[in-house]
Design a binder for this molecule. Structure first.
Ligand code: AMP
Ligand code: MG
Length: 487
């Protein structure tokens, strides 16, 4: 276990130099205080969890203090936003403080979001408000607990610093951890600004640090791109299987590591709705829940375009062609497991789609339905769950198919079925209204609800005593919350 001053830095991205990032110091928050910290994320840095409660912790992650070895820098990138190219973006309010090595030899970027203005702030103030910082923190740690690849969050630091959005709010910072903060948009930036040397340097950096196994392959860059395609297919399959809607899948928000990145107006589905839109400024529905699948491919094509200096167009196209079949395979595998199936049959896709259509038409809670399906034998469970559906004949027909399919799947005891299904079907997800309750309390200075919700979400598959209120459908007020897109 380490104290805060014992972290070991090796700032490899900073050493790429000024073409890639600009040195900027964090602008401190007034009266910084700990809102919430993740013990699991602290463990990634070998930090003793007790240090979260010390004043120096809030000072470090509230921008007042820096390690001597930190080299805070704002990264430059660009990207396609809602389908159109924006030639220059960059860390407008976040700083890469440096890269830290843990005792296992893993390195983690420390990225402080909400740290003040940078050369890339454009019209923004460089700040992040408390509510969006809490949402990013809870989402990162909740997705990780569900087994969905994601950046992590170490802590949220609150303050008295006034920040103006639709109304006056308070500034906060969230400390994000990831093995890399390089986005698709980094490659696009050097491609479209026609800087081939820097683009090659960036590609070497990513290959050497993050895809070293691809070095051994006949065409290392192609192998790396394939791996990025595969990781994205798997990540998006998990989003779809667990009902996660990202909301802003611009290429500047897509990680080169295939992890969920840059949380904005994201949401988990309550009722199943394929057309669900969590981003209210997305008038065309570009990033609706079901569109996430084709958009994943669109984004990979944008990255492929930026990699044309290194890889032939034919090879890029072939690699892009892997995306959909891989997505399908991962998605179906997860959905089979969520339905309690251990074998594969050709018609399983139809079985899944049939269920989703029924849920869509009846507004059935996606997470709770699948959790309850595992509570009992297939026959008993479908009998109990039948009342949730409006189209009873439709559900009965599906239930007959499902029971027959479960019977063909093989014999196991109800105990085995429950254990297997509950291990993949969460009871607790980060519902918008739960986040909203925690944020309302935090905005009035009470952080206990954020901390409790965080704790519950770190063990989403395990029924926790006294936590029934976190496993409920939203009350009426919490049903179609419009989450502000300002952050
Ligand atoms: P996002 O939609 O949060 O991914 O942000 C898109 C771009 O706008 C990124 O380059 C951000 O750094 C920048 N940005 C967002 N909010 C702010 C802000 N309050 N101040 C400065 N830059 C911002
Ligand atoms: Mg972003």
């Amino acid at each position: 276990m380490k104290a805060l001053d014992e972290l070991t830095f090796d700032n490899r991205f900073a050493r790429l130099g000024d073409a890639f990032s600009t040195q900027v110091l964090p602008e401190p928050l007034d009266e910084p205080r700990l809102v919430v910290a993740s013990k699991a994320a602290m463990a990634l840095l070998d930090l003793d969890p007790a240090v979260a409660e010390t004043p120096v912790f809030a000072e470090l992650f509230g921008g007042h203090k820096l390690w001597a070895e930190a080299e805070p820098r704002a990264m430059v990138y660009s990207g396609h936003q809602f389908g159109g190219y924006t030639p220059q973006l960059g860390d407008g309010r976040g700083l890469l403080l440096g890269e830290v090595y843990n005792e296992a030899g893993e390195h983690w970027d420390l990225h402080l979001k909400g740290a003040g203005m940078t050369p890339y702030s454009r019209m923004g103030d460089g700040r992040a408000v408390l509510r969006s910082s809490i949402r990013e923190f809870l989402a990162s740690e909740a997705l990780h607990a569900l087994g969905i690849p994601t950046s992590r969050a170490l802590c949220v630091i609150g303050s008295n610093t006034p920040v103006w959005r639709e109304k006056q709010e308070r500034g906060a910072m969230v400390l994000r951890l990831a093995h890399s903060h390089i986005r698709f948009g980094h490659f696009e930036y050097f491609y479209y600004t026609k800087k081939p040397e820097q683009q090659a340097e960036l590609a070497e950096h990513v290959l050497n640090l993050h895809y070293p196994e691809c070095r051994e392959r006949p065409e290392p860059y192609l192998a790396m791109f394939r791996e990025i395609v595969e990781r994205n297919a798997e990540m998006i399959a998990k989003w779809q299987a667990y009902g996660f809607c990202h909301g802003v899948m611009n290429t500047d928000n897509m990680s080169i590591l295939g992890i969920t990145f840059d949380f904005g107006p994201f949401a988990f589905l309550d009722d199943f709705d394929a057309h669900f839109l969590c981003n209210h400024s997305d008038h065309e529905g570009r990033y609706s829940f079901s569109n996430q699948v084709p958009i994943g491919q669109w984004n990979l094509s944008a990255l492929a375009q930026a990699l044309t200096p290194f890889i032939s167009v034919d090879a890029l196209k072939e690699a892009l062609g892997l995306y959909l079949p891989l997505y399908q395979a991962h998605y179906l595998d997860l959905m089979r497991r969520r339905l309690g199936l251990t074998t594969a049959e050709e018609d399983d896709q139809t079985l899944v789609e049939g269920l989703l259509k029924l849920m869509q038409n009846s507004g059935v809670d996606y997470t709770l339905f699948l959790r309850r399906l595992g509570d009992e034998s297939a026959a008993l469970a479908v009998t109990r769950l039948r009342d949730d559906f409006v189209d009873l004949a439709g559900f009965d027909a599906w239930a007959e198919q499902y029971k027959a399919r479960v019977a063909r799947d093989g014999d196991d005891t109800q105990e085995q079925r429950r254990e297997r299904m509950h291990a993949v079907n969460p009871l607790y997800i980060l519902r918008n209204y739960l986040a909203q309750n925690a944020i309302a309390a935090a905005e009035s200075g009470d952080y206990s609800e954020v901390r409790r919700l965080h704790e519950v979400l770190t063990r989403p598959f395990e029924e926790q005593a006294g936590m029934e209120q976190y496993a409920q459908r939203p009350p009426d007020w919490g049903k179609h919350l419009e989450i502000s897109c300002s952050s």
